[in-house]
Design a binder for this molecule. Structure first.
Ligand SMILES: NC(=O)c1ccc[n+]([C@@H]2O[C@H](COP(=O)([O-])OP(=O)(O)OC[C@H]3O[C@@H](n4cnc5c(N)ncnc54)[C@H](OP(=O)(O)O)[C@@H]3O)[C@@H](O)[C@H]2O)c1
Length: 345
């Protein structure tokens, strides 16, 4: 097989503060034929995720290395195998790959890939509710917060890829779910489709005191579980309202990802002491060994449409930067995905 040309997205420079589409550019790369124990894959859908912003900060030590300016960006993708020298993968197989995003074609060793069950769900669902964000939500609910019947669960970033699954898994466990998101349409979806008990548009509240008042009204018996996606005033309000024996799953703090100055922490952490609160940070990869248990619960719920999900689609690799930047402006409802190539024939 001969080399292939691929359009691939590169960072021009590391963004300072809020990223812009102008920080990215598309270059043509050459993708070699598959070597021994390699395969060449064609990307169909790619994922944009908030964690990628952390990989654009070369000065910050993290659980995942920074992106290089000299290589295409990488991320989750649904792809089709077009050449294979790996015994377990054949031409035409559809896969989810942690590295296939931001490019049309790439070489994979098959180490961070998983085969897709064809026709189980729309292909982008493997990047959302059935993929990394779904496992993140499931892990936070079932392994950390463990909400009980009648308890109150507060979720920030509730209409996003992770938050929307948290809301619904919480409801299925009998919790009263209070959700926060940033637009009237997201609030409508959370109430009418995800079935939450109360949905707060955080943009109606100027500061943590105002959000605390609204949360206290929505959770008159206090918050038992908090799923943290946002940070800032959401965290402060949650700590104000958390009850005795509360559990907090610290998943993300997107409101801080583009800060150029260090932001002071919440001033009310002392509440965690007297109220015996467990606050547990986690990265989804910690729960990779639970992926089958997650799929066993969530895939049937997706197939039977008991779990609802939304996806916001961007068309074409040249929209990938817009899709990524849009995460920080709330432009996505549910999972943000980019169509990079055609569906398989
Ligand atoms: N720990 C892990 O392993 C792990 C794995 C996956 C994701 N995460 C984290 O989970 C969180 C959600 O990720 P996701 O993939 O589900 O993204 P997402 O919620 O689908 O998209 C991001 C959403 O964040 C909200 N947002 C952006 N800037 C905000 C701000 N300044 N204040 C409040 N809300 C803001 C926007 O919704 P609104 O319209 O509501 O503002 C936006 O739509 C992120 O913090 C992410 O880093 C962690």
């Amino acid at each position: 097989m001969s080399d292939r040309k691929s359009k691939s997205v590169f960072l021009k420079a590391y963004p300072q503060g809020m990223p812009a589409a102008s920080d990215f550019e598309i270059r043509e790369t050459t993708v070699p034929a598959a070597g021994a124990n390699e395969m060449v894959c064609r990307t169909i859908w790619m994922s944009v995720d908030p964690y990628m912003r952390g990989r654009m900060r070369p000065d910050v030590k993290s659980y995942i290395p920074p992106f290089s300016l000299d290589e295409p960006l990488a991320g989750g993708a649904v792809a089709e195998v077009v050449e294979s020298n790996i015994a377990d993968y054949g031409v035409g197989d559809l896969i989810v790959d942690f590295t296939g995003g931001w490019k049309e074609y790439y070489v994979s060793s098959g180490e961070r890939t998983q085969k897709i069950i064809p026709n189980l769900a729309p292909l982008p669902a493997w990047l959302g509710v059935l993929g990394m964000p779904g496992l993140t939500a499931w892990a936070g609910v079932t392994q950390i917060m463990k909400p009980k019947e009648g308890e109150t669960l507060f979720v920030s970033g509730a209409a996003g890829a992770v938050g929307s699954v948290v809301c619904q898994l919480g409801k299925m466990r009998g919790a009263r779910v209070v959700a926060s998101a940033g637009s009237p349409e997201k609030i409508r979806w959370l109430k009418e489709e995800a079935g939450v008990d109360v949905a707060l548009n955080y943009k109606d509240y100027k500061n943590a005191a105002e959000l605390t008042k609204a949360l206290a009204e929505a959770a008159p018996n206090g918050v038992d579980c908090y799923f943290e996606n946002v940070g800032g005033m959401h965290l402060e309000a949650a700590i104000n309202c958390i009850g005795f024996g509360g559990r907090m799953a610290l998943c993300g703090m997107i409101s801080m990802y583009n800060n150029t100055e260090v932001e002071p922490g919440p001033p009310n952490l002392v509440n965690l002491i007297g109220r015996g609160v467990m606050a547990r940070g986690f990265i989804v990869s910690e729960y990779a060994d639970k992926a089958m248990e997650f799929a066993g619960e969530v895939a049937p719920l997706v197939v039977s449409k008991k779990i609802k999900f939304q996806q916001t689609e961007y068309d074409g690799l040249d929209r990938a930067a817009d899709a990524f930047v849009g995460l920080f402006h709330g432009e996505n409802a549910g999972k943000a995905v980019v169509r990079v190539g055609a569906d398989p024939a």
